[in-house]
Ligand binder design. Sequence first.
Ligand code: ZN
Length: 397
Amino acid sequence: MQKIEQAEANIGLIGHVDHGKTSITKALSGKWTDTHSEELKRGISIRLGYADAVFYKCTKCKGAEAFMTEETCPSCGKKAKKLRKISFVDAPGHETLMTTMLSGAALMHGAILVIAANEKCPQPRTKEHLMALKISGIKNIVVAQNKIDLVDKKTAVQNHKDIEKFLKEFGFDAPIIPTAAHFGTNMDLLIEAIEKNIPSPKVDPKKPAKMYVARSFDINKPGARPKEIVGGALGGTIVQGKIKEGEELELSPGINNKKTKIKVVELNIAGGKIKEAVPGGLISIKTLIDPNLTKNDQMKGNIIGKIDTLPEAVSNIKMKINYFKREIADINIELKQGETIVLSAGTSTTIGNIVSMKKGLVEVELKVPVTVEKNQKIAVSKRDGTRWRLIAYGEVE
Ligand code: ZN
């Protein structure tokens, strides 16, 4: 039996739909990320998919060839040295609203941007994904220029130049690795680039615990007897500090938008129970909350923290707006008083109405209260025809 161990970092898979995010994840972890089929069958909206992978390095082989996901080097047969375990977070790219992508970005420590070599770069959705990373403060990315097997050399070189130009425009400096994920081509180069460019977050165990809730569920089987029913579960990532089994924490906004105390009955990661959890990877906490309140992701967007450290939720926020003026040229992105906008803060999403625009501050009345902290960056999306476009970020006053 292998020891159950938490991943050290969450790496997002981002990019346009069909560019090969899932095949990259599969090539690196041996698993598809669309694994929540049971939940999908129950008609619940598509959520973040994830898969864990362990990277190894051969101590004998040289160059990129030394990087692998196998414990034993396929080239020389020597036992490889373990580097680290990571979690891939796959944010679906095909939604009309980018909420899942934005909540996913709140959990990421770095990202792999997947761009297909046989399509024009950049795709509109890819631009939005880079803006989302900027808002979340993610600087470390690696580009997989995928489907390289489908184009000739000239096209590949031109596409590479287009990607470089696109990254520069958005202020990113990242290595571009040509890949053909379906055949496992250059996965060693990709792992090497991830190891060099996306470090694990530094953990400060002295900071008070804080965790973003990205999912919530009722883990009871249908028809369970009242005696057997267990409390609701909250899933997400710890952003600072650590959480221990048995301890009492608080949840904000909480039940009925009032801060709520919760007990950590059990801590789980993919693979089993753990006694203590730190940042990195996705974890779930079994609580004593009524499972009716946690089913179908109802608690998504909540923050879990040390008691007396979290603010109460608010239904009115004032923020300083920073437009993506340089990045968006095709529509007028200026906000107007009375306009309805979508705000994404951490893993929460809410609709709001602009009630005033004085002294450079935009004041928004929210439909659903959110928990935000001073200076927190909030993604702002504006209606453009039938869809919502990410056009700015606000900084909470
Ligand atoms: Zn080797």
